[in-house]
Design a protein around this ligand. Sequence first.
Ligand SMILES: C[S@@+](CC[C@H](N)C(=O)[O-])C[C@H]1O[C@@H](n2cnc3c(N)ncnc32)[C@H](O)[C@@H]1O
Length: 321
Amino acid sequence: MKEIGFEALRRWTSRGLRLSTAGGSALRSMDDTNSFTLLVQRALELTSARSAADIGCGCGIPTIEAAAGGARQVLGVDIDAINVKLARRNVLRANFGDCIELRCADWIDALRGASPELIVTNPPYVPHGVHPAVDGGADGARAIRTIIDTVPDTARHLALLFGSISNPLAVLRQLDERGWQIGWLAAHVVPFGRYTRQPVTLAALRRLKFAERAWFHETPAGLRGVQRKYIVFGALATRGAAPTSLEDSMAGLLMRFQRAGIPGLEDAALPVPIECGVYRAAVAGPAPRVQAIAPGGSRRVAAATCEPLPRRGDELVATDA
Ligand SMILES: C[S@@+](CC[C@H](N)C(=O)[O-])C[C@H]1O[C@@H](n2cnc3c(N)ncnc32)[C@H](O)[C@@H]1O
């Protein structure tokens, strides 16, 4: 069974690079950043793009991955000054200062006048998310819509991370309307994290699930209450490629996932290559602990290193579905 581990992140964090957490991008969970780093890796392998822009770059690790994957000119943009500072430090530590430019700006302003071949982005996509770094508005797709509408004409490829909770069929429809075709798709199942578990977010998610604008799976988990999982999609879209009927097959996939959970992914028949995987907490053992808390108060925690990363069979494991 092929395993999807956290190698993408471990590669950088083991060299002293840091993930952003509360105060900056508020991403304590590594799932998204890891899925996104894998997407960036694959996007570079599949497109051989020479220039790229990472829109909402956070701590900059996926931005660095784009440069490591062969892009000579990489622009990383984030609206949060703490993230940009952290990304700058990470870029220098990784020795990519000569090909990565970082900007603290709104992505709309940064994309105006930019001409990267490839745009990569992990935008905020949690419906009614309680932090700006994750808040995707009423249906989770507000930032995604803006980005798809703003991508400059010069960009040939778009690597987009989004969730089964963020109105995925509408995202596919919008990509299609703008002339984007998905050629490669990764699907990772992840447990709800600290943002998806917030009461206001959960209430919105239940309404959206009923309206088939969000898909997630719920299983009774004994004393631990209900276990909820959703799918993180990593899509590589290209302009002007042959059309795919992804929306229909994706609708089927999402329905099956909603009904049956993870097994719904295993027999997914999508017209594009799909790589399925599951990130899940180990059944036994302590709750996932993904970061070391730096001494010296909450400000220090904001930039705390994520070392030691969990090892397989230890705190978080990642396996194929
Ligand atoms: C979900 S986080 C992703 C961070 C990073 N790319 C990763 O994968 O770890 C979304 C990022 O988008 C940034 N962001 C949100 N709105 C933005 C905007 N209007 N312009 C630029 N960046 C924005 C947030 O500060 C946050 O760092």
